[in-house]
Write a protein that binds this ligand. Structure first.
Ligand SMILES: C[S@@+](CC[C@H](N)C(=O)[O-])C[C@H]1O[C@@H](n2cnc3c(N)ncnc32)[C@H](O)[C@@H]1O
Length: 271
């Protein structure tokens, strides 16, 4: 039986933002990864983060928690999502909340002060297309970075990413279990645009169908590199997940990778 969510469920189980965070976000990992790579390349500690497409700003909160001098600005277009993140993550930081600012605006914006890092995660930068718009976006990012700043993007690909797919996965939380499903509903080989949905299935037959929908272009690392260089970045590195175990991540900087059905990578643009 399929039923819409109602208020007989625990509150968080009616909450698509909470379900999304439980399903796909591990901000502590992202902070550690950015810290490690920035330190390797720049030999100093990054302090100011700009999180593009920040959504609920879960990552901004983890960033300022990770060091007392750290500051963050999160940019997103959606007022309701930003308000949820402000209440859930930023206001709960206590005095550190003054080190985070959430701004409702397009990411194609130049921000000050210059950021050590700009990041765009969960493939959000795929929403900027066609390619010329991506170059324009990267120009705004470049202009918002410190002279030695870095931009971090994540990317997925492989031939399975060019197919329709329906991938349910069980998620365990302190409040119970639910099923998260990633559906790639369509893929157009002419323009590389994919339409994707996130669905949640909860205990008792409750469902949140199409809790989130994205229409985006499956860019490749080669296209990201070309766009970053066209936007004025000096270089671009790819960190490919080389772990044979799908439950473990092992991102290594490389210029060659084994072709495979599905893969994940980080792309780092060097200002
Ligand atoms: C996939 S969610 C990403 C959330 C978060 N960054 C993460 O890692 O899970 C995409 C977000 O991008 C926002 N968005 C889409 N286009 C945007 C734009 N041009 N400028 C700013 N935000 C945008 C949407 O409102 C949505 O909150």
């Amino acid at each position: 039986m399929t039923r819409d969510c109602d208020n007989t469920l625990p509150r968080t189980f009616n909450d698509r933002h909470q379900l999304y965070e439980w399903s796909v976000q591990v901000p502590v990992f992202e902070v550690q990864f950015m810290n490690r790579i920035f330190h390797q390349l720049r030999k100093r500690r990054p302090l100011h983060l700009r999180e593009d497409f920040c959504g609920t700003a879960y990552l901004c909160a983890a960033w300022v928690r990770s060091h007392r001098q750290r500051t963050a600005v999160g940019l997103d277009l959606d007022a309701e999502t930003l308000a949820w993140g402000q209440a859930r993550h930023i206001d709960r930081l206590g005095p550190a909340s003054t080190r985070v600012a959430l701004r409702r605006c397009d990411v194609r914006t130049v921000t000050i002060p210059p950021a050590d890092i700009v990041c765009a995660y969960n493939f959000s930068w795929f929403m900027v297309h066609p390619l010329q718009q991506l170059v324009d976006y990267f120009r705004q990012v470049r202009a918002s970075l410190a002279p030695d700043g870095l931009v971090f993007l994540d990317c997925y690909g492989g031939w399975e990413a060019q197919q329709e797919s329906y991938e349910p996965r069980l998620v365990e939380t302190p409040e119970g279990m639910f099923t998260y499903t990633w559906e790639q509903a369509s893929y157009n080989p002419i323009d590389n645009l994919a339409r994707c949905h996130i669905h949640f299935e909860l205990a008792g037959g409750y469902e949140l169908k199409k809790a989130f929908t994205y229409e985006w272009r499956l860019y490749t690392p080669a296209e990201a590199r070309d766009a970053l260089l066209a936007a004025g970045f000096a270089d671009c590195h790819v960190y490919f997940d080389t772990s044979p175990d799908p439950d473990e991540d092992r991102y290594r900087r490389t210029t060659r990778a084994r072709n495979q059905p599905g893969w994940l990578a980080y792309i780092v643009g060097v200002a």
